[in-house]
Design a protein around this ligand. Structure first.
Ligand code: ZN
Length: 291
């Protein structure tokens, strides 16, 4: 079976052909041009799909909240204007005649890690990605858990500070306002009067002031994780996002979790995601292979 896998993000549409052994070949990408709106993005996906021969399935990982049964976007922020309501599965199937699976990007990545990566063989785990915000996905009893309206695992908006900072969701005190990669960058720059990015911060890791902000940020990460661990009792926490390539973060998270968790939860391990940029495409391809 040959599957065409897409990963639609705010800046790029990545795609690749996936063979029956789930090897990705012919990897490529085009700009999303999000400002052109959701419909144009899907038209571009159709154009790309039509340029390939002998495709049996199409798997699409995408930004936004996805009704994975209907294959449509139930909610997307303004990072892709007019994306909410886009009937991806219906449009792409009608235009190509090929069966299509659509899933949210963090959920797709979780499937990719579950089948091929860091969570291989694990039935109960959670994934969190730390970037501008914090995304999440939940695997329970060997299956993706998406909740009653396809929105479960919105870990960025669990509340870790009563009456805390305002959040983009309209609430306040949300986890991502304190524990996202962007929150670390803002916190360092506010404290030191600098304008560093994430890489600069870790290049200056030996600076005690920076180190202290990093350690405070890791405490924020751990605080949210503890609530999540007490709800799901996962064996594994997979940490995604470019910033997690800094080994110090994962090491410290594990040390602090062991210190703060009740004994019956200490089997949990936090590990960094293994599949990188391919996780979304592989997860979407795997879901498409099950159609
Ligand atoms: Zn929020």
């Amino acid at each position: 079976m040959r599957i065409l896998a897409f990963d639609i993000g705010g800046t790029e549409i990545k795609y690749a052909v996936c063979d029956e052994n789930f090897n990705l070949t012919q990897k490529n990408s085009v700009p999303t041009n999000a400002h052109e709106g959701g419909r144009r993005i899907i038209d571009r996906v159709v154009e790309i799909a039509k340029s390939f021969d002998n495709i049996d399935r199409i798997g699409i990982s995408t930004a936004g909240q996805v009704d994975s049964i209907k294959g449509e976007i139930i909610f997307a922020t303004d990072s892709i204007p007019g994306y909410t309501g886009t009937k991806i599965k219906e449009i792409v199937e009608a235009a190509t005649g090929i069966p299509v699976a659509v899933e949210n990007d963090v959920n797709s990545a979780a499937v990719g890690e579950a089948v091929f990566g860091a969570a291989k063989g694990q039935k109960n785990f959670v994934c969190l990605t730390y970037g501008t915000g914090i995304g999440g996905a939940i695997y329970l009893n060997g299956n993706l858990f998406t909740g009653s309206s396809f929105s479960a695992g919105e870990f960025g908006h669990i509340i870790t500070h009563a009456n805390g900072k305002d959040c983009t969701c309209g609430g306040c005190g949300c986890y991502e306002a304190y524990a996202s990669a962007s929150a670390l960058v803002k916190s360092v720059n506010d404290n030191l009067g600098t304008s560093m990015n994430g890489k600069d911060i870790f290049n200056n890791f030996d600076n005690p002031e920076i180190r202290s902000v990093i350690d405070g940020w890791i405490d924020e990460i751990v605080t949210g994780l503890i609530s999540i661990i007490y709800i799901f009792n996962p064996a594994l926490i997979i940490l995604g996002g470019g910033i997690m390539n800094e080994a110090y973060i994962t090491e410290e998270i594990n040390i602090k979790l062991q210190r703060r968790l009740m004994p019956s939860f200490r089997n949990v391990r936090a590990v960094k995601a293994l599949m990188g940029n391919d996780a979304n495409k592989l997860g979407a391809a795997y879901l498409a292979s099950k159609l």
